[in-house]
Design a protein. Sequence first.
Length: 233
Amino acid sequence: MIKEAIILAGGLGTRLRSVVSDAPKCMAMVAEKPFLHYVITYLQKQGVSKFIFSLGYMSEVIEDYLLKEFPFLNYQLSVENKPLGTGGAIKLACTKASEKNVLIVNGDTLFDVDIKKLEDIHRFMSAECTLALKPMEKFDRYGAVEINSNSIITSFKEKKYYKEGLINGGCYILNVSQFCTKTFPKIFSFEKDYLEKYVTQHKIYGQIHNAYFIDIGIPEDYEKAQTELIPYK
């Protein structure tokens, strides 16, 4: 069972300035709780017991919150002194990981994935990275992901309007050593410089999860979250 998770919590929330002008995006209040609360409690219910928080912008806000609200949580902090991109942030956080495989989630997204099911395919296929994919209709905020009948991801498509398709839900299981032995620039994108670059090696898998998904990156979805996340309290 996956016991360790990296939560990417360094986002600035530029499109939510009216809501979180003085805090990281994952600290935006949703139904009287910071969004990060929902991410942590969801992972705990899935069996995660060790946490690594990847922090950047205003990291002290999250540090103070964790000390106050989760005093008994088993966690470590991975703090970027300057922005490293999603890839650089993950690679830095991986230096603190103690497990062979770690779960990685975005701190501003909640995707109600069955982690055990995702882990099963990751281990069975000896995957380097396994993505939880969300079926979606009529979207243009995300690129589309294509997989074959063996669950191998074959391509990542650019952002544009799609009538229907699968998106990267921002929830991954990653083999730490296989990822960290690759050569990357200090500042790099996990999506562009890792997933898209190495997809042709056929070690990156995807699994479809038609489960609840919310990304609070835009005001409309942030407003939706106010009512939709009440059951997740």
